[in-house]
Ligand binder design. Structure first.
Ligand code: FMN
Length: 420
């Protein structure tokens, strides 16, 4: 049982004078990561949309529920595993798709994959990853992984990305619905910083045959505004030339670094996305399709009716619509609408074992964590992510047992009461 094992290991290490390098408390974890990151990188990860009300609401929603532990139920043997799409996962949480992980650590997605494999945790590859999915999936081998798709303006690119994901052994495709445009992120706007324009977080594109073909066709529109020739602009040109996978000098000569970024900004999102569009992917993949960003019960019911295989109740960690409903507040109605026909997952604001427990009690099959593992990555690379994952698994295992439940199936609605 990971809870007692990990606890014992930490206390025994303490006897020989060693303390955990990665803080266990969520706020201290963030503070420690901030010290390891460049200010614009930390701002990009930590940011919420607007005045960050939804960022705060996500956490506050968890605080409005209290666990009501039951006693004398023999919780010596416990099982935290859950089943999703025919695969048993050791923990009821997955690593959420997070783009531009190179902002936290140069090994980025590769370090996360190593930690995911070390712990058997399912990893969801981001469409905005810093490393192409082929290399990352080779690290994971048989360890469970999914692919998250942003539906771009190019159907051919959508098809290509989905086919690559299948070849990479991804076991589901997550379509993120809440980012048909970028949210209004004050911190990033104040810093005038968007990593993609620096060639970061576009590795799934520059490694894609359809996308590289699109680059060679030239821009859709001649670039309206050339950047002013300042030192910063030159630095950016060097950055994005370096980021392109053809080698620095060749890319400098071909101009593909800048062309890739321009093409990306032209096509990365499709605000016209509608329910009808989704059929295109359904016809082209046999993988389970999961919709991420569902908050309204009617959208959840529609997803079931459209033959979707799962939904993720998510507000993108409060990064898209400031003032959007907290995910834990949205969960019960979505669970009601889905009525057990497909799994409902949740993310946004999960910071400890008690949060995982509460989400499961309110009907989620599993949850996803985002920023906490990015902070672990920033502090200590692969080892940092592993510590964050192991701590969460241990915390959840102990919380479940101490609440008088031996398995995830025993975490029923009566396990949490609304706090008055
Ligand atoms: C820096 C950062 C980048 C993200 N990139 C993506 C992405 O590429 N695709 C996506 O579907 N969600 C993305 N998300 C949202 C996460 O998948 C997830 O919904 C969110 O982080 C969960 O909230 P939490 O960070 O409070 O745990 C990103 C989140 C952060 C913080």
């Amino acid at each position: 049982m990971i809870g007692v094992r990990r606890q014992t290991q930490i206390y025994l290490d303490g006897v020989s004078g060693r303390r955990p390098h990665v803080p266990l408390d969520a706020d201290r974890l963030e503070t420690a990561a901030k010290r390891c990151m460049r200010p614009e990188a930390y701002a990009y990860v930590a940011a919420g949309a607007g005045n960050e009300r939804t960022l705060a609401a996500n956490r506050a929603a968890f605080d409005r529920w209290r666990i009501v532990p039951r006693m004398l139920r023999d919780v010596e043997r416990r099982d935290s595993s859950v089943e999703l799409f025919g695969r048993r996962l050791p923990h009821p949480f997955l690593l959420a798709p997070v783009g531009v992980l190179e902002l936290a650590h140069p090994e980025a997605d590769c370090a996360v994959a190593r930690a995911a494999r070390d712990t058997g945790t399912a990893m969801v590859f981001s469409n905005q990853a810093s490393k192409p999915m082929e290399g990352v999936s080779r690290i994971l081998e048989d360890s469970p992984h999914w692919f998250q798709l942003y539906w771009s303006r190019s159907d051919a690119l959508v098809e290509s990305l989905a086919a690559r994901a299948e070849r990479c052994g991804c076991e589901a495709i997550v379509i993120t619905l809440d980012t048909t445009m970028l949210g209004w992120r004050s911190r990033d706007l104040e810093g005038a910083y968007l990593p993609f324009l620096h060639g970061k977080g576009i590795a799934q594109y520059t490694s894609d045959p359809v996308f590289t073909q699109l680059i060679s066709e030239g821009p859709l529109e001649p670039s309206a505004q050339q950047p002013r020739p300042t030192l910063a602009a030159l630095r950016t040109l060097i950055e994005l030339t370096r980021a392109y996978p053809d080698g620095f000098l060749r890319t400098l000569r071909s101009g593909k670094g800048r062309a890739a970024v321009q093409r990306f900004t032209e096509i990365y999102s499709r605000p016209s996305l509608s329910w009808e569009t989704l059929a295109f992917l359904r016809e082209r993949t046999s993988l389970p399709i999961v919709l991420k960003g569902i908050l309204h019960p009617d959208d959840a019911a529609r997803a079931v009716a459209e033959g979707i295989d799962g939904v993720i109740v998510s507000n993108h960690g409060g990064r898209q619509v400031d003032g959007a409903i907290a995910t834990l507040d949205a969960l019960p109605a979505v669970v009601g609408a889905v009525d057990g026909r497909i799994p409902v997952l949740l993310d946004s604001g999960v910071r400890g074992g008690a949060d995982v427990f509460k989400a499961l009690a309110l009907g989620a099959r599993a949850v996803l964590i985002g920023r906490p593992y990015v902070y672990g990555l920033a502090i200590a690379g692969r080892a940092g992510v592993r510590e964050v994952v192991e701590n969460l698994a241990a915390d959840f295992d102990l919380t479940m047992g101490l609440a008088g439940r031996r398995s995830v199936a025993e975490i029923d609605a009566d396990a949490v009461w609304a706090s008055t």
